[in-house]
Design a protein around this ligand. Sequence first.
Ligand SMILES: [Zn+2]
Length: 244
Amino acid sequence: MSLLYLEIVAKICRTSKEKLKIYWKSLGKFKVYFFVLAFSFQMMYTYTGTSVKTVVNMYVNATVRLHENGGNKVKKLLVVVDMQIDFVNGSLGSKEAEAIVGNVKNKIEQCKSEGWEIVFTRDTHPVEYLQTQEGKYLPVEHCIKDTEGWEIIPELRTYVEHVIDKPTFGSTELVKYVGEENAECVELIGLCTDICVVSNALLLKANYPEMSISVDASCCAGVTVESHEAALMTMKMCQIQVRD
Ligand SMILES: [Zn+2]
């Protein structure tokens, strides 16, 4: 919503711009109802003489209250990090990564049934990977865009609705998305605990200190068992809730 429009509507409704912003975000995909309702209010105003200001204000306040009280508009996000073939049984695969596939699948099923939104990330590199900074330190080609190893593992593909490709460990695009979705809590699972899971958990914590951020350790695996445990400890120390 443009700022000028926001200002005008706020003036007409004698409400604050902040309240209107929350209201607009909480509408999500149902913004079309906003216009249907606005039309109904116009009819009420024309035919019954009810003040438009009164009706719109009642509606805005009710929605804001629902949002603040944690009504069903509050979003919970499950971020499934880099569950790609190359990290599970491809060029950088491990038996620990293979071992969490069942847990990850169950977790996604459970979160879906509770109304969580699921977001996947994909490590994504160009064919010149070995010439990049990451390639110099980890000279193993992996997750080259459009190759088989880059794909999400077949066991989870049916759950992929929203996917964010990321060129490095932490994703600034994920940060932006979580902000836009107005998520109240975010849980991260996937690979690898000690690189991309920890990077994104700390990135989210830095950007949204009041957000509830957690990881489910039973759905994560690290490059080594030791570095997996070390990353969990780092996250615990940074007040990211670690579930077992
Ligand atoms: Zn990579």
